[in-house]
Write a protein that binds this ligand. Structure first.
Ligand SMILES: Cc1cc2nc3c(=O)[nH]c(=O)nc-3n(C[C@H](O)[C@H](O)[C@H](O)COP(=O)(O)O)c2cc1C
Ligand code: SF4
Length: 492
């Protein structure tokens, strides 16, 4: 892989004293419509760390991961995207059955203990459609491709031939000829791996999504409530089912696509079902896209409409993200699955120092516009911004200018889970600052345990051996105390 050029450096910051922090907007409390009090405006957006068991259960490493974030005592912490169905999905958390409850209860306890009861805890709940690994071409043409008369018609001299002969002929075709014989979806399945879409209404389980999803999301939310979470976040962002319903690319003709109202219909029905099940005093956040970042995809005016609709429908929090779609993902290697953060829309989701524009506070214009639309609709629903927010100055300015009500920081909190605490205590100089070079995201892409480049090779004198990744090379949680790379240069 070619080395990428770092185009921006992390700006120096004048850190606040403890008194300045105490008087700031960032550390002012906020009461949600549900009655939940956030002690401060700091928010840790969901991050999948690839630490659940193969059965989707909370593992000891999951507990360590969230306890470590809780020690920084942010206002709110959103637990990673957690599957609402009871189907195998690798080491991703699941909540599709009551058997997941004891593990999730342990997670809630770990966060309560870690934060001294200060941090409010939400669980992000998600539905996703099938995505298969990129097949070996011969295997695809021999075993997976469903033969159609058009394939036969395109191959001269094979009109009367059997299926095996036809498949052999397809295998023998050069790439460009094969591209003329296969249709767009078949070619995509060959080059990227098969991927279902919400518009595949010829598939009964896809046609049926509007009937099934409200109940599945409501069941999952009720379990989260039973496990002791303060709320749930409906994942309607990035590449997943609810986001695909909201997308401008959704042309379903059954009343659940094609028009602005149609695209919003299922996410609103899900929100209504969840609210009906959990009642008014359980917090429900909705995470959605301020901009899909795709040709032909939804843009900010769509997001403003979505935000206002979710607010009117009673969401307690709106969290604005950006991009992260499958449509423009990079071609995976054979045997691997496409990953929605590898293309241009992925770069918008996790802005980095390799981009033309600096990543710092990059998505604030989106949350500002969504917030304004929500206010214009007569709602005061708080809006979370995220995307490169890494300093007190940036956070304060965003709050003062009305770009958001809650400040989301994912990677900066991964880099230094204590950073909010250090800010609060007037110890900003001890903060380890995220480099925005996306080492963590590259691990996520490969489904490896996510860690941070700043600390995963770091030994701290006197510290008992920390838990390590499966290959034994990387520590799994940030060191405690003042270990900042300003004091110790980071490895490689
Ligand atoms: C390792 C990793 C995993 C992520 N997993 C999720 C997820 O489960 N759900 C989600 O909505 N966003 C996820 N994100 C996106 C973040 O929540 C956030 O929107 C993004 O990183 C931009 O914010 P930041 O610049 O503060 O990191 C993930 C990001 C990272 C780095
Ligand atoms: S690995 Fe650490 S420093 Fe690098 S982008 Fe991720 S959180 Fe930031």
């Amino acid at each position: 892989m070619t080395a990428r050029t770092t185009r921006h450096s992390v700006p120096a910051e004048r850190w606040p004293s403890a008194a300045e922090a105490a008087a700031s907007r960032l550390f002012a409390p906020l009461s949600l419509r549900s009655g939940l009090l956030l002690h401060e405006r700091t928010w840790v957006p969901a991050m999948v760390p690839w630490r659940a068991t193969a059965d989707g259960e909370v593992s000891p490493a999951v507990l360590d991961w969230y306890r470590r974030f809780a020690e920084g005592a942010p206002g709110a912490l959103v637990v990673e995207a957690t599957g609402i169905r009871d189907v195998p999905s690798g080491p991703l958390l699941r909540i599709g059955h009551d058997r997941f409850l004891p593990g999730l209860q342990r997670l809630v306890r770990a966060v309560r203990e870690g934060s001294g009861g200060r941090t409010r805890l939400l669980l992000q709940i998600i539905d996703f459609l099938a995505v298969r690994r990129r097949p070996e071409p011969r295997r695809f043409l021999r075993d997976f491709l469903v033969l159609r008369p058009e394939h036969r018609a395109a191959l001269a001299g094979l009109q009367g031939a059997g299926d095996d002969a036809l498949r052999d002929a397809l295998c023998a075709l050069p790439q460009d000829a094969l591209a003329r014989v296969l249709d767009a979806r078949e070619l995509e399945a060959l080059r990227m791996g098969y991927r279902e879409r919400v518009t595949d209404v010829h598939l009964p389980h896809v046609a049926d999504l509007p009937a099934r999803l409200p109940g599945l999301f409501a069941d999952a939310a009720a379990r989260a409530q039973q496990a002791g979470f303060d709320g749930v976040e409906l994942h309607a962002a990035h590449a997943y089912t609810l986001a695909s319903f909201l997308s401008r690319l959704n042309d379903r003709a059954d009343g659940y696509g094609s028009s602005p109202e149609g695209r919003l219909r299922l996410p609103l029905e899900v929100l209504a079902a969840v609210r009906a099940r959990v009642g008014p005093s359980f917090t429900v956040s909705v995470r959605f896209l301020g901009d899909e970042g795709l040709p032909g995809g939804g843009t900010l005016p769509d997001a403003c409409r979505h935000g206002a609709a979710f607010a009117r429908a009673g969401a307690d929090v709106l969290s604005v993200s950006r991009g992260g779609k499958f449509e423009d993902a990079r071609q995976p290697a054979v045997g691997e699955a496409a990953y929605p953060y590898t293309g241009p829309s992925g770069a918008l989701c996790m802005p980095s120092v390799f981009d033309a524009e600096p990543p710092f506070g990059r998505n604030l214009p989106l949350s500002a516009a969504v917030r304004a639309a929500v206010r214009a609709a007569g709602c005061d629903t708080p809006v979370v911004a995220s995307g490169g927010i890494n300093s007190f100055t940036l956070a304060e300015r965003a709050l003062a200018e009305g770009a958001c009500d809650l400040v989301g920081a994912a990677r900066q909190t991964l880099a230094d889970p204590d950073w909010f605490r250090k800010l609060r205590e007037g110890r900003g100089a001890a903060i380890a600052r995220c480099l925005y070079t996306n080492y963590c995201e590259a691990l996520d892409q490969r489904h490896l345990e996510v860690t941070c480049k700043l600390w995963d090779r770091l030994g701290v004198p006197g510290e008992p051996a920390p838990p390590r990744s499966r290959d034994g090379r990387r520590r799994l949680v940030a060191p405690r105390g003042d270990w900042t790379p300003a004091l110790r240069p980071p490895p490689g």
